[in-house]
Ligand binder design. Structure first.
Ligand SMILES: [Fe+2]
Length: 174
């Protein structure tokens, strides 16, 4: 008897991201976002993975890192009330919500030295919904779990995971 093993939703999504991450740079964030959004709402996406939350802060779990191609995919787990800093990105990025809801707020850059970015608009993101952007630290946003249950989102950034500490976020405010 021959067993045919089909790809899991996670494997299919990661294959789609790998292909999209090779698009020309200008098209890459949108293509990667589409690859994530196509599977983000699938309840089986993280099946077989342990993705615990952290009581102190939102936490990343690595799904895939390709240093040669220059990208990494992570699942972020957000307990109620946890949020990112107000930040821009030094690399292109794309994400979508997998479970729960996240609130994304966009900010206008500070106008003068010593000022802080000012919130301009907010959107509530449900499973399958997300956003993307080019490498531009002046495109400023914050993600927050303002709901009453844990949220999980899938993110891809344009650097290998070993560079996440210094080459992803430019923090503008806590
Ligand atoms: Fe971000």
């Amino acid at each position: 008897m021959t067993f045919i093993r089909t790809r899991s939703p996670r494997e299919t999504m990661l294959a789609g991201i790998a292909a999209a991450a090779r698009h020309p740079l200008a098209e890459r964030p949108r293509a990667v976002a589409a690859a994530i959004e196509a599977f983000a709402a699938d309840p089986a996406l993280l099946e077989g993975m342990d993705c615990p939350c952290c009581p102190d802060r939102y936490i990343r779990h690595l799904l895939q890192s390709d240093e040669e191609a220059g990208y990494a995919v992570v699942a972020l787990v957000w307990r109620p009330g946890q949020m990112s800093p107000v930040h821009g990105h030094k690399t292109w990025c794309a994400f979508a919500v997998h479970q729960g809801t996240l609130t994304e707020t966009y900010y206008a850059a500070a106008e003068a030295e010593g000022d802080l970015p000012q919130p301009r608009s907010t959107q509530l993101l449900h499973p399958g919904q997300g956003s993307h952007g080019p490498a531009d630290p002046a495109l400023i946003h914050r993600l927050a779990n303002l709901s009453c249950r844990t949220a999980i989102s899938i993110h891809c950034y344009g650097v290998g995971f070993d560079r996440f500490g210094q080459d992803v976020n430019e923090v503008h405010a806590a």
